[in-house]
Design a protein around this ligand. Structure first.
Ligand code: HEC
Ligand code: HEC
Ligand code: HEC
Ligand code: HEC
Ligand code: HEC
Ligand code: HEC
Length: 427
């Protein structure tokens, strides 16, 4: 009798363990779906023809050139179009020259492979719930989430434990009644706690294996959650955020067509933590003279004069009529995060475009990067510290690379100088 029961328990336990494994591998399989929702769903339907900003991706593998074209496109479509790739140029034209986000720096090859796997795979249950981006508010698509598979797994385990527990007490009372019928003494009444204790001491090895698995899954998900912090916020509002500004200021017109250097207006970007937003005096340097523009004629420029207290006809300033411009901040890191522009732009030699996208072609300033902890960390993990210009490190670095080529990873990436330390980014 005892043997039968414990064999049955072993089977139940194995079933639990396998279910946990099956479910957790499903969690990883869903990475592609999650990544797609986070990065692509604003502009694409994954399993549908319907066009949002970008074409519906149903049947896309039959359209695009074979090989790793699609991987390259997803990482950097802009580069593909600029390189003159025939298909890239064609779809760019077909879609009214709408630009797809550049994902290089945000997604790695593994992410892209996961996304492609998701697009190729069957449509997700209860399909991706998206709405097109609202061009007015810059609002990003929303999804109705659903319960995380991990919680499902944990809930399932709890239910099983309760089930096993109650089965055992049923067995105990059955045993007692059969004992009574046979005139043997009753087993003393055991509390549920004692039952569990007894069971555990009878199955030490199994319990050990089981706990290790649970602890491992727990640790892995805590770790992932830690480095993913912010992806959900990102989804809510930030990436793609382009609020309407008090003046229709166009970077395309100024930094693009008229080639005004970023630093002319964002003058502290190389010296301090903040890039800075220009004061109206900077605008007036030019607009005292330039009184009309190509699109809005004098309407928008009049707002500059209003802010500066400038009378364009008389050419005089009246300080009492000044009316400061209230630009709406596009990029918003939470207060507990420390980010320094000069460190990245001057020391790290990272281009503005890497983080801010193709600002020179933006008529309205837009947040192109997620600004999540994951985003910072992934770049720190893979970007090599810029050592050119520092002869000592340059030489040392080259020598090490040659010596250990093929044996060790001798990339001197930002994480190796402390770019993953919590306190470097958090107060
Ligand atoms: C801001 C909107 C936007 C986002 C975000 C976006 N795309 Fe695109 N995508 C486009 C546009 C627009 C095109 C059409 C080509 C063009 O105009 O550049 C396109 C084209 C494509 C194509 C080629 C489609 C075809 O019919 O040949 C693929 C594949 C693609 N995108 C995949 C992705 C994936 C994967 C992601 C997420 C990692 C993504 N896109 C995110 C806008 C976007
Ligand atoms: C390279 C920079 C960087 C490093 C290193 C870093 N973080 Fe973060 N962290 C961020 C950014 C950026 C955010 C804001 C994400 C957002 O709001 O979307 C953030 C957010 C957080 C939050 C969320 C707070 C909230 O508002 O919900 C916690 C908690 C956190 N980090 C803990 C840590 C811990 C623990 C470590 C060390 C393992 C760490 N961070 C290392 C950049 C970093
Ligand atoms: C003629 C002045 C001028 C020049 C040149 C200029 N900017 Fe700006 N920039 C502004 C103003 C004004 C704003 C605030 C209004 C807005 O967001 O459009 C701004 C906003 C921004 C923002 C968003 C800031 C936020 O609120 O988070 C970024 C990013 C940016 N600029 C990057 C650049 C880059 C990169 C260049 C060079 C390619 C550049 N700017 C050139 C005037 C300028
Ligand atoms: C490594 C990524 C990165 C690079 C490179 C970078 N920025 Fe930024 N930028 C950010 C982040 C992150 C913020 C948000 C900062 C905050 O909210 O405190 C930001 C904010 C801004 C702002 C808003 C005002 C401010 O200072 O917060 C402007 C303007 C700006 N950047 C311009 C530029 C220009 C111009 C360049 C190139 C010379 C540049 N950035 C390079 C990441 C970057
Ligand atoms: C270095 C010179 C320079 C500075 C500084 C400058 N602008 Fe301009 N701005 C121009 C030029 C050039 C034009 C285009 C005139 C044309 O093409 O007719 C222009 C045009 C404009 C227009 C008209 C747009 C249209 O399509 O009608 C607006 C609005 C404008 N600027 C706003 C600003 C604001 C706000 C600032 C300060 C943040 C600023 N500018 C700073 C040179 C400048
Ligand atoms: C595009 C790549 C890139 C992104 C994105 C990025 N960084 Fe960095 N970061 C660098 C590079 C490169 C350096 C190394 C600069 C140097 O040589 O000191 C650096 C260095 C740093 C350092 C100094 C580390 C040290 O040990 O001295 C901090 C702090 C930091 N970054 C914070 C952030 C935060 C916060 C974010 C996200 C909001 C972020 N970074 C996003 C590339 C990036």
């Amino acid at each position: 009798m005892k043997n039968n029961i414990s064999q049955a328990s072993v089977k139940t336990l194995l079933a639990v363990v396998f279910t946990v494994f099956a479910l957790s591998s499903k969690i990883y399989a869903q990475d592609g779906e999650k990544l797609f929702k986070q990065n692509c769903a604003v502009c694409h339907k994954s399993h549908d023809d319907q066009k949002l900003t970008g074409p519906g991706l149903k049947g896309v593998f039959d359209r695009v050139p074979k090989g790793d074209w699609i991987n390259k496109w997803i990482l950097n479509s802009e580069k593909m179009i600029k390189s003159g790739d025939a298909y890239a140029v064609k779809i760019y034209g077909d879609n009214g020259k709408a630009a797809m986000t550049v994902f290089e720096g945000q997604l790695n090859d593994k992410d892209v492979a996961a996304i492609i796997g998701f697009i190729k795979g069957p449509p997700p249950k209860g399909d991706v719930v998206t709405k097109g981006p609202d061009p007015e508010s810059g609002e990003v698509a929303s999804s109705n989430g659903g319960i995380e598979p991990l919680y499902l797994t944990l809930g399932f385990i709890v239910i099983l434990i309760i089930l096993i527990g109650s089965l055992r007490s049923v067995r105990a009372s059955l045993q007692n009644s059969s004992n009574r019928a046979e005139g043997k003494p009753e087993n003393p009444e055991m509390t549920f706690g004692q039952e569990v204790k007894n069971w555990i001491s009878g199955h030490k090895r199994l319990v050990g294996v089981f706990s290790i698995i649970i602890v491992f899954i727990g640790m892995k998900s805590c770790w992932d959650a830690c480095y993913n912090i912010g992806v959900y916020y990102d989804y809510r509002t930030q990436k793609g955020y382009k609020p309407e500004q008090p003046i229709k200021f166009s970077h395309k017109l100024h930094a693009g067509d008229n080639e005004i250097a970023c630093q002319y207006c964002h003058s502290t970007v190389e010296k301090s933590r903040h890039a800075g937003i220009p004061t109206v005096n900077i605008c007036m340097n030019c607009h005292k003279g330039i009184q009309t523009g190509p699109v809005y004629k004098d309407k928008e420029i009049a707002k500059i004069y209003d802010a500066a207290g400038f009378d364009a006809k008389a050419g005089t300033y009246d300080n009492s009529k000044q009316n400061p411009l209230k630009w709406i901040k596009v990029h918003n890191l939470p207060d507990h995060v420390y980010f320094n522009h000069s460190q990245h732009v001057v020391v790290g030699k990272v281009e503005c475009t890497t983080c801010h996208g193709d600002v020179k072609n933006m008529t309205v300033a837009e947040q192109k990067s997620p600004l999540t902890m994951k985003w910072c960390i992934e770049c720190h993990r893979k970007t090599e510290v810029a050592m050119a210009g520092n002869a000592y490190y340059d030489r040392l670095h080259k020598a090490l690379k040659e010596k250990y080529a093929g044996q060790y990873d001798v990339k001197f990436t930002v994480d190796k100088i402390g770019g993953l330390e919590c306190a470097k980014c958090h107060y």
